[in-house]
Design a protein around this ligand. Structure first.
Ligand code: ZN
Length: 274
């Protein structure tokens, strides 16, 4: 017998199996500000964990479920708490000292925007924020390939001074490459924003599911549209120097539960079994 209900049931079981597929590897456990905590969940807990009121990624590895938690650069050291319905699980956040970086930006308007720029900056911010805050159900992506080839010209987390004025710490990783070089998706996902922003220039955001979102900035050209489904290796755009830059490079941000974290922690070469 192969009635419609039976086929629907078989389909549902297949989908359930796909969602339960174990991750090949988990991100590097680095419970520091700007890092990622890989927290084993109690076997009895079945609910969706939250951290700072946002849902967090859950990945299976072997027989265990792990919460994959993005920790903000502004986090204080000490015990942090994941909520799981009426239960809670705590994990320690340790200190990490990030280096300072001083940059000179020739276009002073990009350091101290004019009043008429502020409306655009607010619009840009709200478009990026809504992409970062989105939580799409589905299997957990836990590994990335590098989206561009070139030396790391600026690591994640540097405390930044622009023309000697303190600014937000560096929320991504910079890869130096010649203008026009390709930028490729580091994992499957869906394009959720394509913009030309005041600070970030031509930018693409890709949603990989479960609150994992990546952002590509300062491009000379974007080659995808909102809604496009991309696979690992698909072209997103080309290296450029649009927005606030000191030269051609890719600024790559990785966001987890709306927190910008060190992209290195998701790179395939760094990942391992817990
Ligand atoms: Zn950067």
């Amino acid at each position: 017998m192969n009635s419609l209900p039976v086929r629907l049931l078989a389909g549902a079981i297949l989908i359930a199996l796909a969602y339960a597929t174990a991750a090949d590897a988990l991100p590097e456990h680095s419970p520091v500000p700007g890092g990622v905590a890989v927290v084993p969940l109690p076997a009895a807990a079945t609910g969706a964990p939250t951290y700072r009121k946002r849902r967090v990624m859950v990945a299976r590895f072997g027989d265990e479920r792990f919460a994959i938690v993005g920790i903000p650069l502004s986090a204080k050291t000490g015990a942090h708490t994941l909520h799981l319905g009426s239960e809670s699980v705590s994990f320690p956040v340790q200190d990490k000292a990030y280096r300072e970086q001083r940059l000179t930006i020739k276009n002073r308007r990009q350091v101290n925007p004019l009043p008429e720029d502020l409306e655009r900056i607010r619009r840009d911010r709200s478009e990026m924020d809504s992409a970062f805050r989105h939580f799409a159900a589905g299997p957990a992506v836990t590994e990335f390939s590098l989206p561009a080839e070139g030396p790391i010209s600026s690591p994640f987390g540097l405390k930044r001074f622009l023309n000697d004025q303190p600014r937000s710490p560096h929320s991504g990783l910079d890869i130096a490459a010649p203008e026009g070089a390709p930028i490729a998706a580091p994992a499957p996902g869906r394009v959720t924003a394509v913009g030309d922003y005041f600070f970030n220039g031509k930018t693409v955001l890709v949603d990989h599911g479960q609150g994992l979102v990546t952002m590509y900035c300062h491009m000379s050209a974007t080659t995808v549209a909102v809604g496009d489904q991309v696979q690992e290796g698909d072209l997103l755009g080309r290296i450029g120097q649009t927005g606030r830059v000191t030269g051609a490079h890719l600024h790559w941000s990785v966001s987890l539960n709306d927190v910008r974290v060190d992209p290195n922690l998701f790179l395939r070469s760094n990942n391992a079994a817990p």
